[in-house]
Design a protein around this ligand. Structure first.
Ligand code: ADP
Ligand code: MG
Length: 508
């Protein structure tokens, strides 16, 4: 959507659910999808007399995200109680952070110029400011009976660790908000701190949005959008809300600051709660928890332990591995796929021992971007669940590079490898007679036999019935145990037939 007279202004509040084996202040489990109320202990239920104890992993994960997003790290950072009443919050308050978030003043870089769906004039890259990242506990889940009447409560999620990230109002279009979330999801997956799955609620996003006439500096009144459970929904909800705000501006109506719920089925927003009830959380420092002191050495340790991040890895794939930009982008989209690629390439290099390494990398890349990704999509698998691991993939790519199998043959071997996880690519190719015969000396006599056995057809062919060429090829292929290189059969056959045009050459 193009916005000619008005400019959208968007800021996001994102909750990242952390993958930890315990809750933020208690040792109970946090697995997704467990039976209701089976992962609760007295601390997460807020029973009197229980004491929260901070899970150190949560601090480490917060630092990972903070360092990766160029934040400053607070040397002292406190927890605060945020009070509100809701049945899924048994303590009557949520433990969060208030005026001393652990990380602040960072940025996430997005790349609208590389996005096919961004407007053509988009800048190559933009830095989206981060106001803060803080640690907090999640609340439970209320499950409302859609037919009305009852509500059921599942407290498993109480105390599950979250990082809340608040951006500056730096985003300028719904597409940029989408790109931001995509980058953030990629980042938390690379960092190994969250699965970043929006559909399962591991990444949740509220969007604040306003519009202003282009050229005006002051922001307009904003609304807050909630209830979007995919990145696509965030983009759609913002598109809808921006159009609504622009229409209101055009009619001279004022915009009410309010929270709106996105209704994905209807494709519209509706008001959630009025301003009167809004935020009076009576924050107070949590007296049960000591301040978190982060020493520089701890930050350094986290910095050194960070994995290579997507952009750096992508650049290395281009500059050192020799891949085209496009391939490097696709392969580094997910860390596990990039790992799989590098592992396969390492195994391939062991076999090739030199040669054109760029071409070898490209061959592995081609195989992953086509066959591997197709199978992952079709079977809804993660790359580390694939029956063809990196080493076996390298065996197959090697067979292909050596021309031991044709490209069709390679596809067939790959399919078979999925079903036979214990066999090497070479063994499967052999068992299925897919090893190409590329030896002229082996093919030429068979070509001669076929022509000798079919003198009438040869005559008809030489009189001009070109269609018989296919028949001869079929005959040659049939007489082989293995699978002769079709190009070679073609050219040897052509030579032999041409020779028979001139009777003097026969049986030379
Ligand atoms: P609150 O105190 O209600 O949480 P904040 O000032 O923390 O409000 O801002 C919440 C989010 O709203 C931030 O992501 C911020 O960037 C964004 N935001 C603030 N003002 C505007 C505005 N006028 N238009 C769009 N987004 C805004
Ligand atoms: Mg806020």
């Amino acid at each position: 959507m193009a916005y000619e007279k008005y400019e959208p202004v968007i800021g996001l509040e994102v909750h990242v659910q952390l993958q930890t084996n315990a809750k933020i202040f208690s040792p109970d489990a946090t697995a997704f999808g467990a039976a209701p109320n089976t992962q609760v202990d007295p601390i997460s239920l807020g029973h009197p007399g229980t004491l929260p104890v901070l899970n150190e992993t949560v601090v480490t994960y917060a630092l990972r995200l903070g360092v990766a997003t160029h934040c400053s790290i607070a040397d002292r950072s406190a927890f605060a109680r945020k009070h509100y009443f809701y049945p899924d919050l048994p303590k009557g308050y949520q433990i969060s952070q208030y005026d001393t978030p652990i990380c602040y003043d960072g940025y996430v870089e997005i790349f609208p110029g590389e996005d096919a769906d961004a407007p053509p004039s988009s800048p190559d890259s933009r830095r989206i400011g981060l106001t803060r990242i803080h640690m907090e506990e999640d609340a439970g889940k209320s499950i409302h009976d859609p037919s009305g009447g009852t509500t059921q409560l599942d407290y498993n999620r109480c105390g599950v660790p979250l990082l809340e990230m608040v951006t500056e109002p730096d985003l300028r279009s719904p597409r940029e908000a989408y790109l931001f979330l995509q980058r953030l999801r990629q980042l938390v997956r690379y960092l190994g701190i969250s699965d970043g799955n929006m559909e399962e609620g591991s990444l949740r996003c509220d969007a604040n949005v306003s519009v202003r006439p282009r050229g005006r500096e002051a922001f307009g009144t904003r609304t807050e959008l909630k209830n979007m459970n995919s990145m696509r929904h965030v983009e759609q909800a913002l598109d809808y809300e921006i159009a609504r705000q622009i229409a209101a501006e055009e009619r001279g109506a004022s915009i009410t600051q309010q929270t709106l719920l996105w209704d994905a089925d209807a494709g519209t927003t509706r008001p959630m709660r009025s301003k009167e009830e809004a935020h009076d959380y009576r924050y107070l420092p949590d007296p049960d928890l000591v301040e978190v002191e982060v020493e520089d050495a701890m930050v350094e340790e986290v910095r050194e332990g960070l994995p290579e991040l997507p952009r750096a890895r992508r650049q290395r794939f281009v500059e050192e591995v020799g891949l085209p930009e496009y391939d490097a982008g696709v392969l580094t989209e997910e860390r596990a796929v990039a790992d799989y690629f590098e592992e396969a390439l390492r195994h391939l290099y062991k076999r090739t021992k030199g040669g054109d390494t760029d071409a070898q990398a490209k061959a592995v890349s081609n195989f992953i971007m086509t066959e591997v990704m197709r199978v992952l999509n079709e079977r809804d698998l993660a790359v580390d669940e694939l029956a063809v691991g990196p080493e076996r993939l390298a065996q197959l790519v090697f067979l292909r590079l050596e021309d031991k199998v044709s490209s069709n043959g390679a596809q067939e071997v790959f399919e078979a490898m999925l079903a036979e996880p214990d066999k090497s690519a070479g063994r499967i190719a052999d068992e299925r007679d897919l090893i190409q015969v590329t030896d002229r000396g082996a093919i030429a006599p068979v070509v001669k036999d076929v022509l000798d056995d079919n003198p009438n057809k040869v005559t008809t062919y030489l009189e001009g019935k070109d269609g018989l060429f296919g028949f001869f090829i079929g005959q040659v292929m049939q007489r082989f145990d293995g699978s002769p290189d079709p190009e070679l059969v073609r050219s040897l056959l052509q030579e032999a037939l041409d020779a028979r045009r001139d009777p003097a050459n026969v049986d030379e």
